[in-house]
Design a protein. Structure first.
Length: 307
């Protein structure tokens, strides 16, 4: 367990039937508890080629992009299997996404900042709206379940458009995103950060959206062209934005987005350590047991796809 240890996760390894030992030439599995320090992890794997499995702590693995690219270039039978926490944190993040959706539609950011009684009663209901979700992973599935009582019309944009998503009206590929935006009331970003999804929402996409539409990003800041978002909010091209993640991150003090009355920024708190700790521990226990017994690991990362 590197580059630090936590009793919660040591206990998780033991619960899965494993034992935490110092790193040596006999090490077969490695639990990596830093969301960064990819260079250190690469050095460890280089020095210990007998490691067969690596568990990463977050659902997003973009911080390890170079390491994954290197693994993708190696023979599949000799490189370690990498698992992440993808799917483990779906429920709290989906819950946060729903909170941001409601906040934006109900104009909570503007009303709270005004600190005075509003002359007019404004805001939109979520019931019956068209929600476009970019991404089809665990967060998206959890959000679809949360949205069910609101009787919304859901469109999902995913890389594999041929694989339909249960509980939605339509599933399309990224090439059809622009077709959906003119009727979208809410756009939620829940996709992995890759070269294919970089700035998937930019000036062209904002121009295609309705003026009352809201953007919610609980994925990675790199999925949005930040300058284009500032311009879209300034000019009223879209109504508001709920951002748990930004590009850059952390967002510098004094950044224009902080002064946007119709923008709410929650500083990457959709899944706090108090929420994720027990969930990661459960993932570690399962994967330790699966690794020992030769069963299926959860959250396997594709080095070639980068997620």
């Amino acid at each position: 367990m590197e580059p630090m240890q936590s009793q919660m996760f040591v206990d998780a390894v033991i619960a899965g039937g494993g034992e935490v030992q110092p790193l040596d030439n006999h090490t077969k599995g490695l639990v990596w508890l830093s969301e960064k320090r990819a260079d250190e992890l690469s050095a460890i794997l280089e020095a210990h080629p007998g490691i067969e499995w690596v568990q990463l702590p977050w659902a997003g693995v973009d911080a390890f992009a170079e390491l994954l690219a290197d693994l993708a270039s190696r023979d599949e039978t000799t490189r370690p299997v990498v698992t992440s926490a993808k799917g483990a944190y779906s429920e709290p993040v989906a819950e946060h996404a729903l909170t941001l959706i409601q906040s934006c539609l109900r104009e909570i950011p503007q009303k709270a900042r005004a600190a005075r009684w509003q002359e007019a009663r404004t805001g939109l209901s979520l019931f019956g709206r068209h929600v476009v979700i970019v991404g089809a992973g665990g967060i998206s599935h959890a959000l679809i379940d949360l949205l069910a009582p609101f009787r919304v019309d859901i469109s999902v944009v995913r890389r594999n458009a041929g694989l339909a998503v249960e509980g939605v009206t339509r599933t399309v590929g990224p090439d059809r995103l622009l077709e959906l935006l003119p009727t979208a009331d809410v756009v939620v970003l829940a996709a992995a950060s890759t070269s294919e999804t970089a700035e998937i929402i930019g000036a062209r996409e904002f121009e295609a959206m309705q003026c009352h539409a809201v953007l919610v990003n609980i994925a990675r800041g790199a999925l949005v062209d930040t300058n284009a978002l500032v311009e879209a909010l300034d000019s009223g091209v879209i109504a508001s934005a709920g951002l748990d993640v930004t590009e850059p991150e952390p967002l510098p003090n004094g950044h224009p987005l902080f002064s946007q009355s119709q923008c709410v920024i929650t500083s990457h708190s959709a899944d706090t350590p108090e929420m994720t700790g027990p969930l990661l521990a459960s993932r570690i226990s399962h994967n330790v047991a699966a690794f020992i017994q030769g069963g299926p690991l959860r959250g396997v990362v594709s080095p070639s796809l980068g997620y």
